[in-house]
Each structure stands twice: as structure tokens, then as C-alpha cells.
Design a protein around this ligand. Structure first.
Ligand SMILES: *Cc1c(COP(=O)(O)O)cnc(C)c1O
Length: 446
């Protein structure tokens, strides 16, 4: 599908921002020129997906579209048990309702915000064991999404009896769309086995992760994406999936596992929260489109085209000297705001400030993946400034052209060139207790 986009003036955008309490989630999409808020559910479906949509079987129970989806997932991952859900966080909610309890520890690489939310709202601890090199945004390393095996082993040595599972997010979104190597997944498996623990992959961008393994890790150049996917999932016990990412559908998700005890435990929560077991939260037609999307997006050419577009934007930013998490991530560029707005104190949220400036400049909507998103520490209620402060420019799949990338880069350059004039950020005037970035209200300072 293509759609027209609308130009606006700086005055209009300033007014709209004010009405949105300086939170870009609260803008109307019509007020946005190029939308890089997220790559979630924003991709364009293919001809084959639209054709499949027309063939959806809407039977309440036992729909053909469910079995087609289940077969596709089984072929790609090897998992026999599948529960569809309305999106990724619903998969987390269903599975974690069965597995996560108060006082538990859930180690992994950087947990996604909803994943962390579902762990912390159950009064359990999400322990981030990402490798330290992920914090050095200027370092070029192929797998900055990896789990640090020593950190993981330490958490398990102390809390194995309180650890329901290990969760590995592929790719590691919070660290900048950075992949996890096959070697690292194997190490995680070894540590899990040592302590008798199971491993879940938070798999929203598993196909992009497989692409990076193929193109960056020794021994994988001649393997197909599907072969690599299978090898990855052979190292896991279950997956939660936001199909809105690498499934290239507008809404959907699922849980898949090889263990019938986990399936039985999750079933109990699927029916009251999501729906009957063969549709969970999804329409038959959406399951049909998802089955095709998963199949298409585990082919090399599709991934190559997409990831090259992200790399194209990165090259433009290199020309202009704009610092971002290197190398470019799979689905997005993560601008290192602390290196751009060096005069804005962290208490005034530099990345959010940069997001606002970029919108004012050219109507481009990015997303803060930084100190606001990090929420407060559940115990001390202090802001968490320990991580990175990024502006994420997510690129929708099969939507924009490289010309749009040129506009994004030029707008960022304009802001970058006047970075030293930006000395004040924003303050929070209202916030929710958990996942505050979606609804936070802000006011500019100075
Ligand atoms: C998007 C995402 C989720 C949550 O999925 P939704 O479909 O947005 O509910 C979980 N984990 C990761 C890594 C994601 O990218």
C-alpha cells in the first residue's frame, strides 16, 4: 500500500507538540511527515499476504488459518505448540502469568519495555546481563546484543532457585537493534543447562538476527536464513513473538514452545485473557497473512533490502558526523543523544529533547529509547540514568524510499549543526508508574 504524506509548517508543529504535552506518542499521525516512531505493525504487506488475507478461515475453533500458521511456525522454529495472541505483550502476559512469580529473577540481555513491565509488575526482577561493549556506542563490534555469560552465570549462581527462565531478546532492541551471535546463544544454552533452566527467545526480530549471523558470523555465509533460524531456535525452549515486527503484519503475536507442560500452563491464561486456543487474539485472516509474512521474511533478499536501507541512512549520518549506536541496527538507527545535546543535563532528558527538536525541524517522529523509557527504579523510585539515552529512528518495512532517508538525514544534520544552542531539556509534569513513556506529559524548560 502507498499513502500520501502531509507537509506542515514549523508554527503548526510547535502548536501540535504543545497540545501533545511534548510526547510524540500523543500526536495524530496526520501531523507527522515521516513516521519513524516504530517499525511495529507499520510495515506494508505483500501481494501474497493480501491474497492470503482473503482466504482467512474465521471458524471459532480449529480454523484452517490457525493450522497453516502453526505449520509455518513449526517449520521455521521446530516448536510444536503454538498459541496465537493479539500482540507480543499479550504473549508475555499469558506465558508470564504461568511462569513468573513475586521475588523471581529473570536474567537476559536488555529486556524490552513491555517484557520488563510484565516482570516488574509481578514483583520480580528483570536482570540485564547485556555485554558491556553495548554501552560504547562508537565501538564497531558485530554482536553488541550478546548476553555476558559471566553476568548470567553470576545471577544463576545466586538465584537459580528463583529463576523461572532466561530470556534472550533477538535482536536486542534496547541496545540499539544489535544482534546476538549463534556462539552466544550456544553459551547461554550451556549455562542454562548447567543450572537446569529453560530459555525463552523474545523473538520480535529473529529474522533480522539470522541475517546478521549469516553476514557477520564465521561459518554461516552459505547457510540459508531458514537454516539459521532453525539452528537458533534449537537452542531455546520457547519463544514469545510480536508478529508486528518480523511477521510483517499490522497486529498479532504468539507463544511457541516445545514443552507441553508450558503449553498446558499457558493455555489456562490464554482463554480468559485472549481467546480460544486456535485464535488467541487474532482473526483467521490475520493468521493467514502472518503465515505468509513469516515465510517471506525468512528469505535473504527481503531482509537484505530492508537492512540495507537502514545502513543507507547510517552512511548519510556518517557524512554529517551524527553519532549513533555503531554499527547500524537491523530495524533502526539509534542516535546517541548524550553525544549530540551535550549541554542538556541528563535530568532534563536529552534524547526526548532531541526527539522534540527533530519533529519541530521537519515533522519527523522518532522515539525516545532512553531515560524516560527506562522508568523509575521500582524500589527507590529514582529515575534510572544507568543506561543509554537514544533517539530511535525506526524504519517501517517496505514503506519508505531511500529519498525519505535523505530527508531524515538532512533534518538531523540541521538539528546537529545547531546542537550547542540547545541547552535546556524538558521536565515531567505527569507520569504513569510503569511504561511511562507512552503517556508521559512534559514541559520544555528554559
Ligand atoms: C515489540 C516488542 C515486544 C512487544 O510486542 P507488541 O506486539 O508491541 O506487544 C516485545 N519484545 C520485543 C523485543 C519487541 O520488539
Amino acid at each position: 500500500m502507498v499513502e500520501p504524506i502531509r507537509k506542515s509548517t514549523r508554527e503548526e508543529r510547535e502548536q501540535w507538540l504543545k497540545e501533545a504535552h511534548y510526547n510524540l506518542f500523543q500526536l495524530k499521525a496526520d501531523q507527522v511527515y515521516i513516521d519513524c516512531l516504530t517499525d511495529s505493525g507499520t510495515g506494508a504487506m505483500s501481494d501474497r499476504q493480501w491474497a492470503a488475507l482473503m482466504m482467512g478461515d474465521e471458524a471459532y475453533a480449529g480454523s484452517r488459518s490457525f493450522y497453516d500458521l502453526k505449520d509455518t511456525i513449526n517449520r521455521i522454529t521446530g516448536f510444536d505448540f503454538v498459541i496465537p495472541t493479539h500482540q507480543g505483550r499479550a504473549a508475555e502476559n499469558v506465558l508470564f502469568s504461568a511462569l513468573v512469580h513475586e521475588g523471581d529473577y529473570v536474567p537476559g540481555n536488555s529486556h524490552f519495555d513491555t517484557t520488563k513491565g510484565h516482570i516488574e509488575s509481578r514483583k520480580a526482577h528483570a536482570v540485564d546481563c547485556t555485554v558491556d561493549i553495548a554501552k560504547d556506542t562508537q565501538l564497531e563490534a558485530p554482536f553488541k546484543g550478546n548476553v555476558d555469560p559471566e553476568k548470567l552465570d553470576k545471577v544463576l549462581a545466586e538465584h537459580a532457585d528463583k529463576t523461572p527462565f532466561i530470556i534472550v531478546t533477538i535482536t536486542n532492541n534496547t541496545a540499539g537493534g544489535q544482534p546476538v551471535s549463534m556462539a552466544n546463544l550456544k553459551e547461554v544454552r550451556k549455562i542454562a543447562d548447567k543450572y537446569g533452566k529453560r530459555v525463552i527467545f523474545d523473538s520480535a526480530r529473529f529474522a533480522e538476527n539470522a541475517y546478521f549471523i549469516k553476514t557477520r558470523e564465521e561459518g554461516y555465509a552459505d547457510k540459508s536464513i531458514k537454516e539459521i533460524c532453525r539452528e537458533m531456535f534449537d537452542l531455546a525452549d520457547a519463544m514469545t513473538m510480536s508478529a508486528k515486527k518480523d511477521g510483517i503484519v499490522n497486529m498479532g503475536g504468539f507463544i511457541a514452545t516445545r514443552h507441553d507442560d508450558w503449553y498446558e500452563a499457558a493455555k489456562k491464561f490464554c482463554i480468559p485473557f485472549e481467546g480460544y486456543l486456535t485464535y488467541g487474539g487474532m482473526n483467521g485472516r490475520d493468521m493467514a497473512a502472518l503465515a505468509v509474512g513469516l515465510d517471506e521474511n525468512t528469505e535473504f533478499d527481503n531482509l537484505y533490502t530492508r537492512i540495507h536501507q537502514v545502513e543507507y541512512l547510517a552512511k548519510k549520518l556518517d557524512e554529517y558526523g551524527v553519532p549513533y549506536q555503531r554499527p547500524a541496527g537491523g530495524h533502526a538507527i539509534f542516535i546517541d543523544a548524550s553525544r549530540v545535546l551535550t549541554k542538556v543535563p541528563k535530568e532534563e532528558f536529552p534524547a526526548q529533547t532531541l526527539t522534540i527538536e527533530l519533529y519541530k525541524e521537519a515533522g519527523i517522529r522518532g522515539c525516545e529509547i532512553g531515560y524516560i523509557l527506562a522508568d523509575r527504579d521500582p524500589v527507590t523510585r529514582e529515575n534510572r540514568f544507568g543506561g543509554l539515552d537514544f533517539v530511535r529512528l525506526a524504519i517501517a518495512r517496505r514503506v519508505y524510499t531511500d529519498n525519505h532517508m535523505n530527508v531524515i538525514a538532512a533534518a538531523l544534520k540541521n538539528v546537529f549543526d545547531r546542537r550547542d544552542e540547545i541547552t535546556r531539556g524538558v521536565k515531567i509534569t505527569w507520569e504513569a508508574e510503569l511504561m511511562r513513556h507512552f503517556t508521559v506529559q512534559l514541559e520544555p524548560l528554559g
